[in-house]
Design a protein around this ligand. Structure first.
Ligand code: LLP
Length: 429
């Protein structure tokens, strides 16, 4: 990871800032994000659209990975659109001054209140999940005298979570319309009948933290076949195709993410071939990366408290955060790389289990992981925590959420303040 280094004190640095100093200055637990990494990744996505689609496409930042005003501002400055999935994410984008026409509103159960709020906020595209939502949206748009631009979330039947992906594995998903059952085609016909919606796009998303290119290519081909069918049977041209996110990142050394340029190239070749085969124009392409934009740009810093050795079993190293700031190990047994940031120059010879501070045995950050020998007061860094950590944080045990600090070439600034105890009781009556 380019933004990480070790300085002359043997401390881990991120974006040119000493992590032990950051821990002192801002307190721990602390999320730290490297601005250069985020912006560089955004730019490469934008560039790849120029290269492979003549600029006829746009990456949308999937803000569920980490939604806050500063990330929305950066996405906008870097010419990305935004994937939002709730009223709260829409509100965040709005408050950041994000151009709302560049937002795509997802979710399998948008409430009437959210739909109304989104229409009034000027959300660009509603990614409709089911027929009930289509009807509701048509009705609310009519009431507000607006026309909603819509997309349909389609289950292409590609399950990318198994290594050898299978084409029927995804019918049992709460998201979207199935192709095999004819449900998706019926939805398209319905949309053409409704007056207050305008069908402009089809969408699919096959999963997250994916390392293979093939399932993405297969999904794109299936979507293009469907666009061909709509053209042939209904005489309607779908001008936009949104292929979702899901590009894997590196959490531990054994992870081998695919260079996304390879992904972009292979998918663009497949899309163009299918467009020619079906005699339809190459659609304007969207992708929705979340994790790959912020994941590796972020680390979490903790201070080591009690260390408990259970003879012949394991050594628990307790830190001042845990499942409240990073629930991913408790939820998915996710792998993470842990570094003793105070002694990053020393060899990782000690095997430890990093435990959080919650009243919950399962509150672990990582089990049996190798770090440089740890003592009380050391700063521990958990790497690749930029995505789905702050955004999935909670106040369990009434623990305030940490601050987020953005670093850039040796400078640091707070972009999200640490919660206070007052914040914790703010809504209590
Ligand atoms: N688009 C749609 C419609 C999605 O559902 C998602 C992620 C994305 C884009 C972004 O995917 P990404 O590029 O970040 O993989 N909480 C889980 C991840 C859930 C992802 C949900 N959808 C985790 O911590 O791993």
């Amino acid at each position: 990871n380019d933004c990480l280094n070790i300085n002359e004190k043997g401390h881990l640095t991120i974006g040119g800032c000493d992590t032990v100093e950051l821990a002192k200055e801002y307190g721990t637990p602390l999320y730290v994000l490297d601005e250069n990494t985020i912006r560089t990744t955004c730019r490469s996505y934008v560039e790849s659209f120029k290269k492979f689609y003549n600029g006829n496409g746009m990456p949308l930042y999937a803000s569920k990975a980490l939604s806050c005003k500063e990330l929305c501002r950066i996405a906008n400055e870097e010419h990305l659109g935004l994937d939002v999935v709730s009223g709260g994410e829409i509100y965040t984008a709005q408050q950041a001054g994000f151009p709302m026409e560049k937002t795509h509103f997802h979710g399998n159960n948008k409430t009437a209140a959210e739909i109304e709020f989104a229409l009034n906020a000027g959300v660009g595209t509603f990614v409709v999940d089911n027929l009930y939502e289509l009807e509701l949206l048509n009705e609310i748009a009519g009431k507000l005298v607006k026309k909603a631009k819509i997309s349909f979330r389609i289950k292409p039947g590609v399950d990318a979570h198994t290594h050898n992906f299978i084409r029927t594995g995804q019918i049992d998903s709460k998201f979207g319309f199935a192709l095999e059952t004819g449900e998706a085609f019926e939805a398209v016909k319905k949309a053409l009948e409704y007056e207050n919606v305008n069908l402009a796009e089809l969408h699919c998303h096959i999963g997250s933290q994916i390392f293979d290119i093939d399932p993405f290519v297969t999904a794109a081909e299936i979507m293009m076949d469907f666009i061909g069918k709509i053209k042939d049977e209904l005489g309607v041209t779908i001008s936009n195709l949104n292929l979702g996110g899901g590009f894997g990142i590196m959490y531990v050394n054994s992870d081998e993410p695919v260079p996304y340029e390879n992904y972009m190239e292979k998918v663009s070749v497949a899309v163009k071939a299918k467009a020619a085969e079906h005699n339809v124009p190459v659609p304007y392409i969207f992708i929705e990366p979340g994790r790959s934009i912020v994941g590796e740009a972020g680390i979490t810093l903790y201070t080591v408290g009690g260390i408990k050795e259970i003879p012949n079993i394991r050594t628990y190293v307790s830190v001042d955060g845990g499942m409240t700031d990073n629930i991913r190990y408790a939820l998915y047994q996710s792998d993470y790389t842990v570094v003793n940031a105070s002694h990053a120059d020393k060899e990782a010879t000690q095997t430890v289990t990093v435990a959080g501070k919650c009243c919950e045995s399962g509150d672990l950050v990582q089990e049996h992981t190798q770090v440089a020998p740890v003592t009380v007061g050391d700063t521990l860094a958990v790497l690749s925590t930029g995505a789905y950590n702050y955004s999935m944080a909670s106040n369990y045990n009434r623990i305030p959420r940490p601050a987020i600090v953005m670093v850039n070439n040796g400078k640091s600034r707070v972009i999200v303040k640490r919660e206070s105890y007052e914040d914790i009781v703010r809504n209590d009556i």
